[in-house]
Design a protein around this ligand. Structure first.
Ligand code: GDP
Length: 314
């Protein structure tokens, strides 16, 4: 099963990391590249925070908090609580004590002039991650959310401070016109035999990746299977605001609308058994269980997806 194929996965945080760990268990690490959303990243308390990169890194390193699906297991928040009680600093964004080590080290590397790609390589190697973990860009491309109640919000203000409750009007990827793809992302995609789009939030996690200058053109120039996995099961998101955002943008939360979002990019779609069939003759699709509750579910979905893609060319 796909042991000799180069696989590139485009993904966000928690939903994407579930498929990532499933793949990492069945595909040799040197064949796997993860290209991660950095639109959620921000400078906070003097530190560069990269939530999705860290979620994927901690997951692949076996260090992620199993209850949350992000952060480090067994972490505490003494530093943050002290910052608040001593100095009255607003600590709405949770940063664990152990987790702070990652943000300090990354910020130090960036301030020494290293790129985010290089900083991520060093952090992930130190934690024993063998697969390539790449940010979508070394440029800062912060996602901005235009809301009905508060006007434009930074991503984490929308997502964490306001718990994604404001009504979303539109999304902007600030500075994407001037951004570029890291050479490592270009090279991995140029050598890819299979590209997977994880069941991450299309609007919040995948749109930023597709907004990096050159990404759409590069993907459409590839002559390989490019397959998205549905994040919508039974008309709802497994977690987070995907279905809510779709409704605010005037769309029904259906797999057909997820596939439509990736029009021109994907040539295959992994649909869930609980969903209605896609009913499109121009797009290959398969229906399997995509709900990943257990480690076995994650492996099965990764395996079923790769086996199905391999059957196209067999
Ligand atoms: P975030 O960046 O941490 O918000 O995470 P992602 O964007 O990577 O993932 C959020 C999306 O993952 C949501 O739309 C969820 O519906 C989807 N998701 C989470 N868990 C699962 C799962 O087990 N199966 C499927 N198919 N989708 C999932």
């Amino acid at each position: 099963m796909a042991l000799d194929k180069n696989i590139v996965v485009l993904l966000g945080g928690v939903g994407g990391a579930k498929l990532a760990i499933g793949l990492a268990q069945i595909v040799p690490a040197q064949r796997l590249t993860f290209v991660v959303n950095t639109g959620d990243d921000f400078w906070h308390l003097g530190l560069r925070i990269c939530p999705d990169l860290d979620t994927v890194m901690y997951t692949l390193a076996g260090l992620v908090d199993p209850d949350w699906g992000w952060g480090l297991k067994g972490d505490s928040v003494v530093a943050l609580e002290t910052l608040n009680s001593f100095y009255g600093v607003d600590t709405w964004f949770r940063l664990g004590d152990k987790d702070l080590a990652t943000h300090l080290q990354r910020s130090r590397l960036l301030r020494c002039g290293r790129s985010l790609t290089e900083a991520t390589r060093r952090l992930s190697k130190s934690l024993g991650v063998d697969a390539a973990l790449l940010p979508m860009s070394d440029d800062e491309i912060p996602t901005k959310i235009e809301t009905v109640e508060f006007g434009e919000l930074g991503f984490q203000e929308y997502f964490v401070k306001h718990r994604w409750q404001p009504v979303l009007k539109s999304i902007r990827h600030a500075g994407c016109e001037r951004s570029s793809l890291p050479s490592q992302v270009r090279s991995a995609l140029s050598k890819a035999d299979i590209v997977l789009i994880a069941p991450s939030n299309p609007w919040l996690s995948l749109a930023p990746i597709l907004a990096v200058n050159g990404m759409r053109d590069l993907l459409t120039s590839l002559d390989v299977p490019i397959v998205a996995v549905t994040p919508i099961i039974g008309g709802a998101a497994v977690k987070g605001p995907t279905a809510k955002i779709m409704s605010e943008l005037g769309q029904e939360a259906t797999p057909a609308n997820i596939a439509k979002f990736y029009t021109g990019i994907i040539n295959g779609f992994v649909n869930d058994i609980q969903n209605e069939p896609l009913g499109r003759s121009d797009l290959r699709s398969i229906q399997v269980n995509t709900l990943m509750k257990t480690e076995g579910d994650k492996r099965s979905l990764a395996g079923a997806t790769l086996d199905w893609i391999e059957s196209w060319v067999a």
